[in-house]
Design a protein around this ligand. Structure first.
Ligand SMILES: Nc1nc2c(c(=O)[nH]1)N[C@H]1C(S)=C(S)[C@@H](COP(=O)(O)OP(=O)(O)OC[C@H]3O[C@@H](n4cnc5c(N)ncnc54)[C@H](O)[C@@H]3O)O[C@H]1N2
Ligand code: MOO
Length: 405
């Protein structure tokens, strides 16, 4: 296979290569960044008992309809105490925020609305409604309710929620194991090493490792290899046997040292995508080698970023059982666009910002594949399918990792 496919077709084919990985149970404490394979259900109601929301006096609201009212104070209940015995008519319990209400009480009168004329007596100065300053058992959510849906990536908020509902273990997808093979005889990976003639400092090793982690994968290896087909072949074969995914960069196009297509063919790779009408990033291969998916990205870092964000990430979502959409958001062009008509889907780096409640996208950053510095000024990628678009046109958008508002 040596034919270009459309961007849409490439998305479909990459999605088809990603199968949801098996689920496994892990302790909540170890689940940061993991993706749920099953929903998290509340093990207990929260709050687990009806509790005071203010420091004050637990009362029967029926007793406090015509203030001022004198009530006998039975005892004090603080957070962590068991509930006081049932409250009779004309009685109150001094109660602190978070403490369980005694049976019979249906409201809390905050201290500010009370007088304490003598020990054991409280005067309620205001009319109190039932339920005042009280949170009923299960008000947040009852036991058995769905707290977090499958496919959600667990962060601090999700883990905190699960913990407060008494959930100790969660079912998550196995983490995709990923190897990165960066190719190019010109590459130097240690910036402290002076460059020789024709050499450049590599950035794809760092870029890909970071992107893989941001997509929920575990980087098992990063190899940086010269353009030597046997070494590249050996590395891909070795990693394909141990990993769910191998990502290569460089050598993907038509140059004399672009060995990747023939290496994948030699390895018996079932080619799913060869080239894509995508700019930047048309040299893109997706193949299955045994049980492993191999993505071969352009050596050009800006193109490799676009390929990862708009295609490879779709595979990670499928592997993690999440709905996949390359450009899930929408922004409006800040300026009109007039581009050369091409067959490609263009992906532009851009800076999106809210202006008067509208997400506005500024694409006036350097777009050359050879320019990386403008990437740091950008916070999103936008998809452009037409050469001429007026200002204000809605365009599909993906936030770059860590840039979503
Ligand atoms: N005759 C053709 N030439 C090219 C085509 C084509 O279709 N026909 N496609 C062009 C496009 S588009 C791109 S993009 C590049 C991609 O080519 P490769 O994937 O083979 O990448 P390389 O040639 O190995 O490298 C391209 C460029 O990027 C630099 N590079 C590579 N690796 C790294 C790295 N790890 N860190 C930083 N920079 C890297 C490399 O030195 C080159 O400058 O091909 C066009 N040519
Ligand atoms: O499409 Mo290449 O991927 O522009 O530089």
């Amino acid at each position: 296979m040596d034919a270009y496919c459309t961007f849409e077709d490439a998305v479909r084919r990459v999605t088809a290569l990603g199968h949801a990985l098996p689920g496994e149970e892990v302790a909540l404490a170890e689940a940061e960044g993991r993706v749920l394979a099953a929903p998290v259900l509340a093990r207990i109601p929260v709050p687990p008992f009806t509790r005071a929301m203010m420091d004050g006096f637990a009362v029967r609201s029926a007793d406090a309809q015509v203030p001022p009212v004198r009530l006998r104070v039975r005892t004090t209940t603080a957070a962590g105490d068991a509930a006081a015995p049932p409250l009779g008519p004309g009685e109150a319990v001094r109660i602190l925020t978070g403490a369980p209400l005694p049976p019979g009480a249906d409201a809390v009168v905050r201290f500010e609305w009370c007088d304490e004329p003598e020990p054991g007596v409280v005067t309620v100065l205001r009319r109190i409604s039932p339920g005042e300053s009280v949170q009923p058992e299960g008000d947040d959510a009852p036991a058995g309710s769905t707290l977090i849906t499958a496919g959600t990536r667990l962060g601090p908020l999700e883990r905190a929620l699960a913990q407060t509902f008494g959930v100790a273990r969660v079912r998550v997808r196995r983490v995709p194991r990923v190897a990165i093979v960066v190719t190019g005889s010109e590459l130097v990976t240690t910036p402290e090493t002076p460059l020789g003639p024709g050499q450049i400092y590599s950035c794809n090793d760092t870029l890909m490792a970071g992107l893989v982690a941001s997509a929920g994968g575990q980087v098992m290896a990063v190899d940086v290899l010269p353009d030597h087909p046997d070494r590249i072949k050996e590395a891909i074969a070795r990693h394909a046997a141990a990993c769910d995914c191998v990502i290569t960069t460089g050598g993907a196009s038509a140059g004399d040292y672009d060995f990747i297509p023939s290496v994948l063919a030699d390895l018996g790779g079932e080619m799913s995508v060869h080239k894509v009408w995508l700019r930047p990033g048309s040299p893109f291969l997706a193949a299955r080698v045994g049980a492993c998916t191999v993505f071969s990205l352009s050596g050009n870092p800006a193109a490799a970023l676009v390929q990862f964000e708009s295609l490879v990430r779709v595979w990670f979502d499928a592997a993690l059982g999440r709905p996949a959409k390359p450009f899930p958001a929408t922004g409006r062009l800040a300026h009109a666009l007039h581009l050369k008509p091409v067959k490609h889907t263009r992906v532009l780096r851009a800076r999106a910002a809210l202006t008067d409640g509208v997400l506005t996208v500024d694409t006036s950053l350097a777009q050359s594949s050879g320019v990386l510095s403008s990437l740091v000024a950008s916070n999103c990628l936008v998809r452009i399918d037409e050469p001429d678009l007026p200002a204000g046109t809605p365009v599909p958008l993906r936030w770059l990792p860590g840039c979503a508002p």
